[in-house]
Design a protein around this ligand. Structure first.
Ligand SMILES: [Zn+2]
Ligand SMILES: [Zn+2]
Length: 332
């Protein structure tokens, strides 16, 4: 029962009726945690990316507690990122399980071509406005490559919304926690104050509020960092004993962690504002100053963060903007 990395994969009981399966991913973030919930229906929360190693870890982990993939009755996705949902179709094919997720996950999980065209147009326009050099535009097609390599097109059967009870898991309630992704859901069990937090709250890494296109062509871009900060605040106000995260160990001090994250995040907003003291700059120029070591390699990630701080300062009227030849220039 070992996978290619030589590690034995066993599922661990982390709370009553909740098992954690650590699934390897080829990404910098490391392994992803998939949770098996034993309720009226046997439920998987996330499934892992589509790789041979991830499949071996999922099947071995389930086997270690006497469950096979065929026994899974439903799957809930915390969000649409490939490290969480890539091997969904394989699980569905073998088990016939139904999938539950936020409506915003659907076009990504289906790999809907019309949506992907809209997605590309949105990012092309955004990058032009941000002053991203022409030669960097290839990152738009890299996103598709990543999606096609580590996930197979699949389906979502039922949509979940904020505060509804999870079907066939009566103790669990859905929380809509957008910011890291527009499709991001967390799950909460009030009786023992356990939260399954996906990528919303992670102990060792501060999640990114990724810029995503709006739900449709007529809407404006969601202000993801502001959403993320607000959704964190919502969780800080809740009584939570244990957050079971999508990556790494559980969080037992969620309030402290959230406050520290919000504070550190605000420091960066303040740094960005100070960078404008010596004259106007584009988002791309600010991005290079804010993340000098990282912005070349991780442009979508760092530019999302930079634009998030710009959104925040714009809302607070601490900075202003001027447009010239489709490019936006920010100033104090
Ligand atoms: Zn994610
Ligand atoms: Zn993740």
């Amino acid at each position: 029962m070992t996978t290619n990395d030589g590690k034995q994969r066993i599922a661990t009981l982390v709370a009553p009726d909740i098992y954690c399966l650590e699934i390897p991913t080829p990404f910098d973030v490391g392994a992803v945690n998939v949770y098996l919930l034993k309720g009226e229906r046997l439920t998987l929360v996330d499934v892992g990316p589509s790789t041979d190693d991830a499949w071996a870890a999922l099947t071995n982990g389930l086997e270690s507690i006497g469950v096979s993939v065929e026994d899974i009755e439903q799957v809930i996705l915390t969000h649409h990122h490939v490290d969480h949902c890539g091997q969904l179709e394989k699980v569905r094919e073998l088990s016939g399980a139904k999938t539950f997720a936020h409506p915003q996950a659907t076009p990504y999980v289906q790999q809907d071509e019309q949506f992907m065209t809209f997605h590309d147009q949105f990012f092309e326009e955004l990058y032009i406005q941000s002053g991203v050099p022409e030669k960097k535009m290839v990152i738009i097609s890299k996103f598709h490559k990543l999606m096609k390599t580590f996930s197979a097109p699949s389906q979502i059967d039922f949509h979940l919304k904020h505060e509804q009870k999870v079907p066939y898991l009566e103790d669990w309630q859905v929380l809509y926690t957008p910011g890291h992704s527009q499709s991001h859901l967390s799950l909460y069990r009030a009786k023992d104050q356990v939260m399954i937090g996906g990528d919303h709250i992670i102990k060792r890494i501060s999640s990114n509020a990724f810029i995503e296109p709006p739900r449709n062509r007529t809407s404006t871009r969601p202000l993801t960092l502001i959403q993320y900060r607000t959704a964190l605040q919502m969780c800080a106000d809740m009584e939570i004993k244990q957050v079971l995260s999508g990556h790494g160990e559980p969080v037992y001090n969620h309030r402290e962690l959230i406050l520290a994250r919000l504070q550190k995040n605000w420091e960066r907003t303040d740094t960005l504002r100070r960078l404008l003291a010596d004259g106007e700059k584009t988002a791309f120029e600010l991005n290079a100053l804010l993340f000098p070591g990282l912005y070349q390699k991780e442009l979508p990630l760092t530019l999302s963060e930079t634009l998030g701080h710009i959104d925040l300062l714009m809302i607070l009227h601490q900075i202003e903007v001027r447009e010239q030849d489709r490019v936006l220039y920010y100033h104090l």
